[in-house]
Write a protein that binds this ligand. Sequence first.
Ligand code: FAD
Length: 439
Amino acid sequence: MTTPRRVKVLIVGGGPVALLLALLLNRFRVECVLVERNPTTHEHPRARLINARSMEILRVLGLDETIRSLSPGYSEAWASVESIAGGEIARTRPEPDAGQGPSWKCFVGQDDLERALVAVLSQAQHVQMLFATEFVSYEESPDEVSVTTRDCGSGAETTWQADYLVGADGAGSTVRAQCGITLEGSAAIASVVSEYWSADLSSLPVSRDAGGFFVLSKDPVLPPISSVLRDGRDGLWMSMFTTVLAPGSKSRPWDDEHVLEMIRAQLGDPTLGVELRENETWQLSSQVAARYRVGRVFLAGDAAHRMPPTGGFGMNTGLQDAHNLAWKLNAVLRGWAGPALLDTYESERRPIAQSNAESRKLLGVRKFFLVFRRRSSHSQAPCILDTWEPTGRTKSGTERSAFHVMVGQSRIENHPLQDWMLSLQREPLGKGSAIGEQI
Ligand SMILES: Cc1cc2nc3c(=O)[nH]c(=O)nc-3n(C[C@H](O)[C@H](O)[C@H](O)COP(=O)(O)OP(=O)(O)OC[C@H]3O[C@@H](n4cnc5c(N)ncnc54)[C@H](O)[C@@H]3O)c2cc1C
């Protein structure tokens, strides 16, 4: 039996939230260890927007300009198009910097952000970063948390004694499960396939003028709405397709040939050479943890909240959790404040996550309405909502709606998505709105 190692804070996860938390604690000279089960940071961009508040936090660390310099500088406009080579329906206007804060937002792929944070952390004096190391379990006593981690290569286990444990271990958080915290909200609004591919789109001028596209297509191979995002590096793109997966399935429901057909339909030019790189499947959810703290254990980032990506709030909400928690942990560890200060982490951050998750969900709904009310009838796509129809009136007198989930032409009864839509019990948003307005 080896002697347990002693640290002030043990952070589980090596995503953007855990990395930022470690950097902030390092700035306060708080000894901590970070364990990440993967051998490296994530390969794919995932989130792309670092909003103004997150940039202010990076500025505190002197990193805002370093991170901004990684931005590929593409337009932040979203264009709604019939296809990228086809007609443009509408586009969003870039948000002007009103100069109200010291740091304006920027667009940098999450993969680039993570690599940059790791590069700085590798020089940090007070942080030990252990990749290919996973959190196994913890036990709490009045004075500390005893945490077991495992080296993913050798299988060797290590015991740590920490004052506090932070689970920044993502949406499927093991820390959250072990401390018995449940999630509240909609677990599976839909499944999303993120498909990464490369192609030379220089022959399509519009491809240079937007950072993302909503493709509102009549092509039966596509869902009524799908999106294409710039990956940040030249020639790399990501398509997102909403779908319905069999329970427990994590693989995309189409083969490569079909996906190429979908991407070419998005492009509107069947002659363009497209090379598939990789894909990831994830759940579109809107959930917030019932608690952010149990004793000496805290949750941060996706471990504490999951929200639709509309507007880029997921990662940013997590980065801002890390900032709130870091200074409070430091203050309590140094005896400048009593432990009750740590309760304010939940009371301050949870309502923000609730508000962000709810507003992202409603904006997502708006997107669905805008599209489905106009376009679902011709869709052969293997997924999602059909349409809405008046079924009565709520107590407040507003019209209520009924929703159906369709796979191609077949209506799926009792799908969770249907319950979720009904649970909103409100007048559909976006009545009369133009397709393609900012959502
Ligand atoms: C495929 C995909 C696409 C996305 N696209 C977008 C997008 O377009 N826009 C947007 O705003 N957001 C997007 N998101 C969401 C965004 O990526 C997250 O909000 C963000 O990553 C949250 O950061 P995090 O650090 O909290 O968690 P994560 O980035 O999930 O990091 C958690 C880390 O913990 C590690 N871990 C888990 N369990 C253990 C364990 N037991 N021991 C050790 N390590 C563990 C995981 O390996 C992971 O690296 C996407 C998410 C996914 C999955």
